[in-house]
Design a binder for this molecule. Structure first.
Ligand code: GLN
Length: 248
């Protein structure tokens, strides 16, 4: 069994080092002896699922987002919706997250069509409003009733409004989707969207492992990911949370 990481628009949508998300998944698989391959999926290239996959869609400025909207409007967007509907594991960060919704409108009034995986829309900030920037801590509720925290940082102008979709979690510190309703990100089945850069996954090893286990369970539903002796990563996570708490 091999896990394939599909890195969507790897060179265009890699704001604030979101490529670190690919590295984190790869390393946490390799440390466990799980075979893993990274496939970059650029403009005009078809998505080729293998059955054991994680799809990553990183952040990007308005310009990059506009450049890839046409590519998403065709079969690639339909393929991503089908993957999402079938329980595929997809993580979108910031600009990638915004385009997993119905639309993203730029401050110039250009309405970019999204893929429609999440029932949400992103509007531009009003002229008097600032970009939403800073450290973020998010409280995430898990299916077993437990709660975990995610830590990262955000830097976005867009204000995301959720429709009929669950948030990824609720803001403990920072702004989140729109700086008003306390929600951060979105979640639907094994699809996740978030504004957290960091990059996100190296800072939050528990979430990396959740994505890996979810992807492998699609081919082996009894699979259980063995814990890692990653005390250094866990210490780094705790330190990042404390730093974020200390610097509002
Ligand atoms: N261009 C989008 C915005 O400003 C997303 C930015 C990002 O990916 N960090 O809201």
């Amino acid at each position: 069994m091999k896990l394939t990481i599909h890195h969507l628009y790897a060179n265009m949508m890699n704001l604030y080092g979101d490529r670190g998300n690919v590295i984190s998944i790869k390393k946490r698989c390799e440390w466990r002896g799980i075979a893993v391959e990274v496939v970059d999926v650029d403009l005009g290239e078809k998505i080729r699922p293998t059955g054991c996959d994680i799809f990553l869609f990183g952040g990007g400025q308005d310009r990059e987002q506009a450049l890839l909207v046409e590519d998403l409007s065709g079969s690639k967007g339909a393929d991503l919706r089908a993957i999402a509907d079938d329980g595929g594991v997809i993580l979108g960060v910031c600009g990638g997250y915004q385009l997993m919704g119905h639309s993203y409108e730029t401050p110039e009034g250009d309405r970019l069509s999204g893929v429609g995986i999440f029932d949400l829309r992103t509007e531009p900030r009003k002229p008097h409003e600032e970009r939403l920037i800073g450290n973020v801590i998010v409280r995430v509720g898990l299916p077993d009733g437990s709660e975990r925290e995610l830590v990262g940082f955000e830097n976005h102008g867009g204000r995301t409004r959720l429709g009929d979709v669950e948030p990824l979690g609720y803001v403990v510190l920072g702004h989140g989707n729109n700086g008003e309703d306390g929600t951060e990100g979105a979640r639907r089945d094994n699809c996740y969207g978030t504004y957290l850069h960091g990059s996100l996954l190296p800072k939050n090893p528990w979430f990396t492992d959740l994505l890996i286990e979810s992807a492998i369970r699609r081919v082996d539903d009894s699979f259980k990911l063995e814990p890692l002796d990653d005390s250094a990563e866990q210490a780094a996570f705790a330190a990042a949370v404390e730093r974020a708490r200390g610097r509002r």
